[in-house]
Design a protein around this ligand. Structure first.
Ligand SMILES: [Zn+2]
Length: 265
């Protein structure tokens, strides 16, 4: 069942966002869609196949295993279902926020995560542009967190659906009126908020790490409300890679293993 619900919701949200992008785009895109989409969706399919064949169910299975064996803080404290579900959703969301910061601050992990940031445009397909090794590391880290806190198995599925939907939404090239965006920002991560994280300016890349709710960035002082340049013209990507042609599928897979000069390049 979990294997059916998650991809169905993910595809539905993707279709809604792509339609919204077409009807009301936030920015004019200068790179041909066909070129980027082939690379980004190619990575998505490769990652999907890899996870299906290997550890795709690990997060849910580890939550079931922890619950059956009374492992993890939430299982030891024997909380009510509702409290356990809300606590799981909040703690896992913070854990993913913290993981995102680690992906930027560790030079080794940055080699993998920078693949996501080499996209020179920003739309719903950017949300699935990840190196397979980052996907594997993320799953292992998430599983560790799930067992540690004794996450509720149902909440783990809900969390995965929310995370996936939120990532597709907050990477979308959609136009949300400024007044609504300002209000939404207090609760959730909007595309305008997350686009700043994809800015080519290093200090802006080092901000707005959240995926679903915006409070972690505010609480941990990594929140940036405004970019230096207007949202419609700010340069997206990494400066070093903006000087060369768009990287292809194989080049992106090899990129983490090439020598690099500094963390942001
Ligand atoms: Zn990032």
């Amino acid at each position: 069942m979990e294997n059916l619900i998650r991809p169905s919701v993910a595809v539905a949200i993707f279709v809604i966002m792509v339609t919204w992008e077409y009807l009301s785009p936030r920015r004019i895109q200068h790179i041909e869609r066909k070129q980027r989409w082939l690379v980004n969706l190619g990575l998505a399919l490769a990652n999907l196949a890899l996870m299906r064949l290997t550890i795709g169910s690990l997060a849910y299975m580890s939550a079931v295993w922890a619950a059956e064996n009374g492992l993890g803080l939430l299982n030891i404290w024997a909380l009510t279902n509702a409290v356990s579900i809300v606590a799981t959703l909040l703690i896992l969301d913070f854990a993913i926020y913290a993981q995102h910061i680690m992906m930027h601050k560790s030079s080794l992990l940055w080699r993998l995560h920078k693949i996501h940031h080499t996209d020179m445009e920003f739309d719903a397909t950017t949300a699935v542009r990840f190196h397979p090794l980052e996907i594997v590391i993320s799953m292992l880290y998430k599983t560790f967190c799930i067992v540690l806190i004794g996450a509720d198995p149902v909440a783990v599925i809900v969390f995965e659906i929310i995370l996936n939907g939120a990532a597709t939404f907050n990477h979308s090239n959609i136009n949300i009126p400024e007044i609504i965006n300002k209000k939404l920002c207090w609760l959730i991560v909007t595309p305008d908020m997350h686009r700043i994280h994809h800015s080519a300016e290093p200090d802006e890349t080092d901000s707005n790490y959240g995926f679903s709710i915006s409070c972690w960035d505010r609480l941990c002082r990594t929140y940036k409300a405004k970019s230096r340049h207007p949202q419609t013209t700010l340069a997206i990507g990494l400066k070093a890679y903006r000087r060369q042609a768009e990287l292809g599928f194989m080049a992106l897979l090899r990129l983490p293993f090439k020598s690099q000069n500094s963390r942001n390049h």
